[in-house]
Write a protein that binds this ligand. Structure first.
Ligand code: CA
Length: 498
C-alpha cells in the first residue's frame, strides 16, 4: 500500500475503532525473539529467509520501524522489558551465568519495583513465562539447588506458570525448569553446575578440548568461552554433570517450548492470559530441527529463523483455536543480530554477503542502531489497523506502563520509572513516540537518540543524522557542536558519570 493510501486506511480505521482502550484484550502475548536483527526476516526485506507467519502478522497489524530493545544484549534487555526500568539503574545487570541469582523484584517482598507479569496478574490475567529466562534464579550467587525447589523462580516474580531454560542454550544447565523444579530429573542422577574458571571441573568431564570427537559438526566452539561441558554434541559455557534424563535435545528445543505454550493456551480454558514466550531462536548454538534444515538458503542461522517463524505460527493458531481471537500480540527481539557468536556453525560463511541489520550498522553488543533497533510487529483485531507501519521511536522499556494502561491497572508509585505510557503508539494509533532514548552498551561508549539525531558518546564523539545517514557513516560532531553538546548534556544527566 502506498503511503497516502495507508494514511487514509488508518484514519478510516480510527474513526471506526474509537473509542479505544474501552476494552482489554482477552490475551496478551509477548513473543520475544533472541538475537534477531532488524533485517533478518522477509517482512523487513531479507530475500532468502522467508517468514510467512510474520508476514501474516504484519498484514494484520502494525510494523514498527524505530522500536528498540533497551540494550544490545540479552539479560539487561529482558530486565528492562519486565521492569520498565533502564538496566543501568540496577548495578551489575549484565549477561548472567547460568547459576546467577534472580535479579527481578520478588512479588510481595516490599520492594518498590514491580514486574510486568505482576501488573498483568492484578488485571486478572493468568500469566506464563515459557522459553528462555536468563534473569537469574534463587536468592544467592551460584547457590541454586538444582535437585530441589528452586526459589525464587519465575513464580515468585508474577508468573503463575513457567517452563524455562535457566539462561541461554549455550550455557549450562541444559535442562528445563518447570514451576520451580527441573523437569524430568531422576533422583539418583543429581545435577551439579559450576562456573569455575577452569578447563575441566571433574576428572570425567567431557569438554571440547578433551573429547572433540563427541561434537556435532556445527557444535564446535569458536572461542575459549564455549569449549566446556559437552551436552548433546555441543560444548557449552560452564560445567555440568548429572541430570541426564532431564537434558534437552537442541533439535527438539523449539518444538518443546512451543508445545508448552500451546498447552498453556489450551489449559487456560477461556481465562484471560498473559504469555511471555521467549524463544531461543536465533541465539547460538543454532541446531534447528531437521525439517527446517536447508530451508532458508542462508545456512543454519537462516534455518533457525524459519523455525522461529514456525513457532510463531503455531502459537497464533493455538490462540485462534482456543477462543483467543481477541489477542494483543507483540512480536519483537531482545537485541540485534550477531552472525557468528561462539560456534563454527557455518553462519559466517553463509552470511558473508548479507547484513542482518540492514539498512543499519552494527548488531548485538554494539550501540550502532543495529544493536537495539529491532523488528517489532503489533496486532490486535479491531484495535490495531491492519497492514500499517509506525516510525515512532519506542522502547521495550515502555511496554510496562503502556500495557498497564491498556488493561486498566495502576502502576505503583516509584515503579517502572523509565517506562513511558505510550499505549496509543504501541497500538499504532499515534506516531508521537518517545523524544529520546538511551542505548546502553554491552561495554564501551553509550548511545543516545533524540529524534533522528544519534550520539555515540566515545572519547572522540560521534553524531549522526539518521534520516539521511541510517548506517551511521557521516560523523557530524564537528559540524554541529551545538547538537552534540545538547545530546551529551541530556545523556549525562540521565546516566550520571560512567
Ligand atoms: Ca539476545
Amino acid at each position: 500500500m502506498r503511503k497516502g493510501g495507508r494514511l487514509i486506511a488508518v484514519l478510516v480505521f480510527l474513526l471506526l475503532a474509537l473509542p479505544v482502550l474501552a476494552v482489554k484484550p482477552k490475551a496478551i502475548v509477548l513473543f520475544y525473539a533472541d538475537d534477531l536483527g532488524y533485517g533478518d526476516t522477509s517482512v523487513y526485506g531479507q530475500r532468502k529467509v522467508l517468514t510467512p507467519n510474520l508476514e501474516q502478522l504484519a498484514r494484520e497489524g502494525c510494523l514498527f520501524r524505530d522500536a528498540h530493545s533497551a540494550t544490545p544484549i540479552c539479560t539487561p534487555s529482558r530486565y528492562s522489558l519486565l521492569t520498565g526500568r533502564y538496566a543501568f539503574r540496577r548495578p551489575g545487570t549484565r549477561i548472567l551465568d547460568g547459576d546467577a541469582k534472580l535479579i527481578l523484584p520478588v512479588e510481595g517482598s516490599g520492594e518498590s519495583e514491580v514486574t510486568l507479569p505482576v501488573l498483568m496478574k492484578h488485571a486478572g490475567y493468568r500469566t506464563a513465562a515459557i522459553g528462555k529466562w536468563h534473569l537469574g534464579l534463587g536468592a544467592g550467587e551460584g547457590a541454586i539447588d538444582w535437585n530441589g525447589e528452586i526459589k525464587p523462580s519465575p513464580r515468585e516474580v508474577g508468573f503463575d506458570r513457567s517452563f524455562v531454560m535457566a539462561a541461554t542454550a549455550d550455557r549450562v544447565p541444559c535442562v528445563f525448569i518447570e514451576d520451580g523444579r527441573v523437569a524430568g530429573l531422576e533422583a539418583d542422577d543429581p545435577i551439579e553446575v559450576s562456573y569455575d574458571n577452569v578447563e575441566r571441573k571433574w576428572p570425567d568431564e567431557t569438554t571440547a578440548r578433551t573429547n572433540p570427537e563427541l561434537l556435532k559438526a556445527w557444535g564446535r566452539p569458536s572461542d575459549r568461552q564455549h569449549d566446556k561441558t559437552i551436552v548433546d554434541g555441543i560444548s557449552r559455557i560452564g560445567h555440568m554433570r548429572g541430570g541426564r534424563s532431564a537434558r534437552w535435545k537442541d533439535q527438539e528445543l523449539a518444538d518443546r517450548i512451543t508445545t508448552e505454550a500451546e498447552n498453556f493456551i489450551r489449559e487456560s480454558a477461556d481465562a484471560p492470559i498473559f504469555l511471555y514466550f521467549a524463544t531461543n531462536d536465533i541465539h547460538v548454538p543454532r541446531d534447528p530441527a531437521p525439517k527446517f534444515r536447508g530451508k532458508s538458503g542462508l545456512g543454519i542461522r537462516g534455518d533457525a529463523t524459519i523455525q522461529m517463524d514456525d513457532s510463531l505460527g503455531r502459537i497464533r493458531k493455538a490462540l485462534r483455536e482456543n477462543g483467543y481471537e481477541d489477542t494483543l500480540f507483540v512480536f519483537t527481539s531482545d537485541n540485534g543480530p550477531r552472525v557468528s557468536d561462539g560456534y563454527e556453525d557455518g553462519a559466517r560463511e553463509a552470511w558473508a554477503d548479507e547484513n542482518p541489520s540492514a539498512p543499519y550498522s552494527g548488531g548485538k553488543y554494539t550501540v550502532f542502531e543495529g544493536g537495539t533497533r529491532v523488528p517489532m510487529i503489533v496486532a490486535w483485531p479491531g484495535q490495531v489497523a491492519p497492514g500499517t507501519e509506525s516510525f515512532a521511536l519506542l522502547s521495550q522499556t515502555d511496554f510496562a506502563r503502556s500495557l498497564a494502561k491498556i488493561v486498566g491497572v495502576e502502576v505503583p508509585s516509584g515503579a517502572c520509572g523509565d517506562s513511558q505510557e505510550l499505549s496509543y503508539v504501541l497500538l499504532g494509533q499515534s506516531a508521537d513516540g518517545r523524544e529520546s532514548l538511551v542505548e546502553q552498551p554491552a561495554w564501551g561508549p553509550w548511545g543516545y537518540r533524540k529524534g533522528s539525531w544519534k550520539l555515540i558518546d566515545s572519547p572522540e564523539p560521534q553524531l549522526y543524522f539518521l534520516d539521511s545517514d541510517p548506517a551511521e557513516r557521516n560523523n557530524l560532531a564537528l559540524e554541529r557542536p551545538d547538537k552534540l553538546q545538547e545530546l551529551q548534556r541530556e545523556l549525562h544527566a540521565l546516566i550520571g558519570h560512567r
